[in-house]
Design a protein around this ligand. Structure first.
Ligand code: SF4
Length: 373
């Protein structure tokens, strides 16, 4: 069979048929695919941004059980929403989803808008999320483009330019629109995302079992390894941090991360970057006095862990520090409070913050290392 010319109506039509047939046989039975509620589809699409479906599969049912309707989410506090989101990462998504839900209740009587223009005015809703809601929930002929389909289209078109430039974006969005059928655009969009995530994977794409290989320009040209063009990754940097478990008669000091920082809105144990040649306990003592007006006695190292955030490999030492005096002034405008160990479970914490909190609770239960006063 003669190869079809890419980017022609017959080429799109062949891709469409092959993608839908493959999806009919291979679609995963994911919890959100059994639902038609636009709110549930919206939640799933937000969770799926930057998170694998296998991870979302565990979180989505719990979140929906906690906030079954958009009105429930809008009525919740930010703290409740972040706690329910804890572990999924990229917490800005949760805060914006919550703010958007409140906006929908306040301005649209709880009905999710059905136009791209109105949807994209909601916090956290960009072209991808709007396209997903409109096509999957409302069966509108709207395209989507996210990491998996961006890579898939680049290879299908043998597009060798960097993908994030304006010209590339326009080109790939156009392809994503051209392939859409008149009806069931949402099903086709899901088929393409599924193909991108399971077959046309970033490394080692499974071209030999790909239903689109016959029409894939990069595969036909032998240039799959060149597309998409890789951006140079910055090297990993090793850094040292110290966390303070400030003990004050059964309570510990928590501080809320600012809206424009890392893990926005989450609570955490006070931390400091440890510079070469500095003694971490001494540095924590100085920071606590400067930031919160709290004086402490230095205590032992309670916990040591290593974790990765973007390109940083962080060695984190967690010290017990005993409150001496100070009533928690808001010197630097930071939001901080004393929290009873038994209440830590109700606060949304970063992954490492949760590990520290659970360690403290265990230590307290065993009366080890912590001075119970
Ligand atoms: S043939 Fe290979 S490169 Fe082309 S779409 Fe399929 S998996 Fe991706």
């Amino acid at each position: 069979m003669a190869a079809l010319q890419p980017d022609t109506p017959t080429w799109y039509s062949a891709l469409r048929r092959a993608a839908l047939a493959w999806y009919g046989r291979h679609a995963r039975d994911l919890p959100w695919r059994r639902l038609s509620d636009p709110y549930a589809i919206w939640v799933s699409e937000v969770m799926l941004q930057q998170t694998q479906a296998a991870t979302v599969e565990a979180y989505f049912p719990r979140f929906m059980a906690r906030f079954p309707r958009l009105a429930d989410l809008a009525a919740a506090s930010e703290r409740e929403v972040l706690r329910a989101w804890e572990g999924l990462g990229y917490y800005r998504r949760a805060r914006e989803l919550w703010r958007a839900a409140r906006h929908v209740v306040e301005h649209y009587g709880g009905e999710i808008p059905r136009t791209r223009e109105l949807l994209e005015q909601l916090p956290g809703v960009g072209p991808y999320t709007a396209g997903a809601i409109l096509s999957i929930a409302f069966d509108q002929r709207e395209p989507i483009l996210e990491a998996n389909t961006r890579r898939l289209w680049a290879r299908l078109l043998d597009w060798r330019q960097p993908l994030h430039g304006r010209h590339s974006q326009q080109r790939l969005w156009r392809a994503a629109r051209c392939i859409l059928p008149r009806r069931e655009a949402g099903r086709l969009n899901q088929a393409l995302m599924e193909l991108g995530s399971r077959v046309c994977t970033p490394r080692s794409p499974r071209c030999h079992e790909c239903p689109l290989a016959r029409w894939c320009a990069a595969y036909q040209q032998g240039s799959v390894h060149l597309v998409p063009r890789q951006r140079a990754r910055p090297p990993t940097q090793r850094v040292r941090h110290a966390a303070a478990i400030v003990w004050n008669r059964g309570r510990v000091l928590l501080v809320q991360n600012p809206a424009n920082g890392r893990w926005p809105g989450l609570w955490d144990f006070p931390r400091a970057v440890v510079h070469d040649g500095t003694e971490p306990r001494q540095q924590l003592r100085q920071e606590l006095r400067r930031r919160f007006g709290v004086a402490v006695h230095a205590g032992p190292l309670l916990l040591r862990m290593t974790h990765t955030v973007t390109r940083y490999r962080i060695a984190l030492d967690c010290f017990l520090l005993l409150h001496r005096r100070g009533t928690l002034g808001r010197k630097g405008g930071e939001r901080a409070r004393w929290v009873a160990v038994g209440e830590l479970e109700t606060y949304p914490l970063s992954a490492t913050g949760r590990r520290i909190a659970r360690h403290v609770a265990r230590q307290m239960a065993h009366d080890a290392a912590l001075p119970l006063s």
